[in-house]
Design a protein around this ligand. Structure first.
Ligand code: CA
Length: 239
């Protein structure tokens, strides 16, 4: 099997070296950057398979690095964060990171998240490869999984990776009430260890970008259960 090349961007040198040692032991090839600028420079000069990225870094923050990487790459990014506040994790995920691990962590947790990220990446690869070509529709909303684009009544809606996956999952399962756990397992992955209210936060983002913007209601709350994507009653004549 081809060895995977991992970039660690972490300013706590002891921690960075510890992760490097463990990952090397697991058969990964590892590069370390101790600050954001070096991290980004390395990223642009080498081909990596995954980035482990500290949130609080001197110079460029982890969030800023993620934003820059996401302009050109879909590489899995796992954030390492010392903070426990959900809002920071959400900011990290919303900037385009795939997952996060809260410090202090067991190395097994990092390895598990990495495997999930690789698995997800493979699935996306397969989808691009042809399995998932069908356009998804819900009222005036059109999702093109192949182009990864979303339009409402012809208007392009810009979504982050996670928002896109969430919307796609909900529209694929339209008219079915989905629990937070189902959504979490299918969009964030079974090995996701975080809080379930990340689902509520992302539902809010989607509502802001779709329902609020176009004065429609496609994402409904199933009180006490979860969420459901369906057309509003007055919407029935559309298709
Ligand atoms: Ca740090």
């Amino acid at each position: 099997m081809e060895q995977k090349h991992i970039l660690i961007v972490e300013d706590e040198k002891k921690l960075a070296r510890f992760i490097e040692l463990e990952l090397t032991h697991e058969g990964y090839i590892v590069d370390i950057a101790y600050d954001g600028v070096t991290g980004l420079t390395l990223f642009e000069s080498q081909k990596y398979d995954l980035v482990l990225l500290d949130l609080m870094l001197p110079g460029l923050s982890g969030i800023e690095i993620t934003r820059r990487i996401r302009k050109t790459s879909n590489i899995p990014i796992i954030m390492l964060t010392a903070r426990s506040e959900v809002i920071d994790k959400v900011t990290g995920l919303d900037s385009g990171a795939d997952d996060y691990v809260t410090k202090p962590f067991a190395i097994e947790e990092v390895l598990a998240r990495m495997r999930v990220a690789f698995k997800k990446q493979n699935l996306i690869g397969e989808q691009f490869g042809g399995a998932e070509k069908e356009t998804l529709r819900l009222g005036k909303l059109v999702i093109d999984p192949k182009a990864r684009s979303v339009k409402y009544d012809g208007n392009l809606i810009e979504l982050t990776k996670t928002e896109f996956e969430l919307l796609k999952y909900m529209v694929t399962n339209r008219d079915i009430v989905l629990t937070r756990e189902q959504i979490l397992n299918n969009v964030w992955g079974y090995d996701y260890f975080g809080e379930t209210n990340v689902v509520d936060v992302y539902i809010r983002y989607l509502r802001q970008k779709i329902d609020d913007r176009f004065s429609d209601k496609l994402i409904h709350t199933a009180r006490g259960v979860g969420y459901i994507a369906k057309k509003t009653e007055t919407d029935d004549n559309i298709q």
